[in-house]
Design a protein around this ligand. Structure first.
Ligand code: FRU
Length: 484
């Protein structure tokens, strides 16, 4: 610990060091998913690459695995396989962010990261904290090494968002395009309708609201974590709407995250159209994703593998002092013909493969959860049914209905029951099984389903059956995490 450390840095580090000592006996710790060193993690923040180094910041409550005061934690890596945890990066230590350093982004420019985030302030008093009593400050801090933030600069307060907005405006995402900087922020307007505010700036510091993006038939009261980007020629708006009603095959979670094609000009009041809303992930544990373009030009998405206010839990890890994780980084690919976005685990994940076994139609093995697995199923010829069972976790695809069902036959789902997705024909499935997390990528990432799960036994029977297909099982090495 250095003399220069702030009081909060010391407190966080002490909590992290203690957790590291205890982690050896913790069988739920993840092998190829990023998790908090201690305490609670939610949204990925500040995703970026600068001078070859990937930066993954995250919403972090180090002192309470069930949430609380929000900090930012920070991981960095050159290959998204070997990571280094560098400590807490931002703390709620000013009057502008004293109730929480909320979500935000990083703009990589001139060898620096410009970090924009929301400073949350809950005023003392008797308020609803929606239309009164809350401040959402847009704050900038610049970092050269990714680990040490510069001074915090207050750029915007609620007055700058417009008097047609409630107090809920947050999660700035900034990009540069043709000589202009743009920022989107998620919002709840004064009539409780979700929307996205668009701002522009010439100098990264002084911002003007230029548009409000809405989708008339999407009945959500708040849109969080917006992200506007292009995949090839196609502009996509990603956001996390709150308040949608559940339907049989969609919106089954408490809160949603998804994307729409944005046609036209996002800067013009009547000049754009948001097409249909598609969910990023149909599983139990996914929310608030963010994307970034890496130095190779790939658009990569990472989501929070968690959910709040739901009827299932993660108490096994809470008992170990931590909760939640991030998804595997997913490369986004625009499928022009089908007008859809495919999500594929970044190819660096293949570096984890350590050995493989091949099966036809049926694979039965004993899976020791201390080691991650990747399973690839390819249907030969016409699609048939598929089923995968890992202890009580079951994924079943029925060819007749074109429906895939994720369910639990035992208590390992901790209250998670069923999730369904209508996918039509199933041609391929790629599955990542981690000690307490699973991600299912169906049809090259056209549909993705993610869940946490908590089997009691360290070793589980794994059974995969497919009508007429090949099954490849890869044993995975762990991602490596160093600390400073
Ligand atoms: C989404 C979110 C963001 C907010 C952050 C606070 O999960 O509610 O809108 O900035 O979490 O942790």
């Amino acid at each position: 610990m250095t003399d220069k450390m702030h009081g909060w840095q010391e407190r966080v580090k002490t909590a992290e060091d203690r957790a590291q000592e205890e982690s050896r006996q913790d069988g739920w710790r993840l092998k190829h998913h990023l998790m908090p060193p201690v305490g609670w993690l939610n949204d990925p923040n500040g995703l970026s690459q600068k001078d070859g180094i990937y930066h993954v910041y995250f919403q972090y409550s180090p002192f309470d695995p069930e949430g609380g005061e929000k900090f930012w934690g920070h991981y960095e890596s050159r290959d998204m396989i070997h990571w280094r945890y560098t400590g807490a990066f931002l703390a709620p230590d000013t009057a502008w962010d004293r109730s929480g350093v909320y979500s935000g982004c990083a703009l990589a420019e001139d060898g620096k990261l410009y970090i924009y985030y929301t400073g949350n302030v809950k005023q003392d008093g008797d308020y609803d904290y929606i239309h009164a009593g809350r401040e959402a400050n847009t704050i900038l801090t610049v970092t050269e090494d990714g680990c040490t933030p510069g001074d915090k600069e207050l750029l915007m307060t609620n007055e700058d968002y417009g008097d047609d907005m409630s107090c809920h405006v947050r999660d700035p995402k900034v990009w540069y395009e043709n000589g202009v900087y743009y920022m989107v922020q998620g919002a709840r307007d004064s009539r409780d309708r979700g929307c996205v505010l668009v701002f522009s700036s010439e100098d990264k510091r002084s911002w003007t609201r230029i548009n409000v993006l809405r989708k008339e038939f999407l009945k959500a009261y708040m849109w969080e974590c917006p992200d506007l980007f292009s995949l090839g020629e196609q502009r996509i708006l990603s956001f996390s709407p709150q308040g949608l009603e559940a339907e049989t095959f969609c919106f089954q979670n408490q809160y949603q995250s998804g994307w729409c094609i944005l046609d036209g000009d996002f800067r013009e009041t009547d000049g754009y159209v948001l097409e249909d809303f598609h969910e990023w992930d149909m599983g139990f544990d996914f929310y608030a994703p963010q994307t970034f373009a890496d130095e190779q030009g790939r658009r990569i998405l990472i989501g929070w593998m968690g959910m709040i206010e739901c009827d299932y839990d993660n108490l096994p890890t809470v008992g170990r002092g931590w909760q939640h994780c991030l998804t595997i980084p997913r490369e986004l690919v625009w499928d022009k013909e089908r007008k859809t976005v495919l999500q594929r685990p970044v190819r660096e994940m293949e570096l984890l493969r350590a050995g493989e076994e091949q099966y036809r139609d049926k694979a039965e093995l004993e899976w020791n959860r201390s080691e991650g697995l990747e399973v690839m199923v390819s249907m030969s010829g016409a699609a048939g049914d598929l089923s995968l069972e890992a202890g009580g976790l079951q994924l079943a695809y029925e060819q007749k209905s074109g429906v895939v069902l994720l369910s639990f036959a035992d208590e390992s789902g901790r209250g998670r029951k069923q999730r369904r997705a209508k996918i039509g024909e199933l041609r391929r499935a790629r599955i990542f099984l981690d000690s307490s997390a699973a991600e299912f990528y169906l049809n090259d990432g056209e549909t993705v389903i993610s869940t946490r799960f908590y089997p009691e036994k360290e070793s589980l029977p794994l059974k995969i059956t497919v009508e007429n297909g090949t099954i490849l099982v890869y044993h995975l090495k762990n991602i490596e995490i160093d600390r400073i």
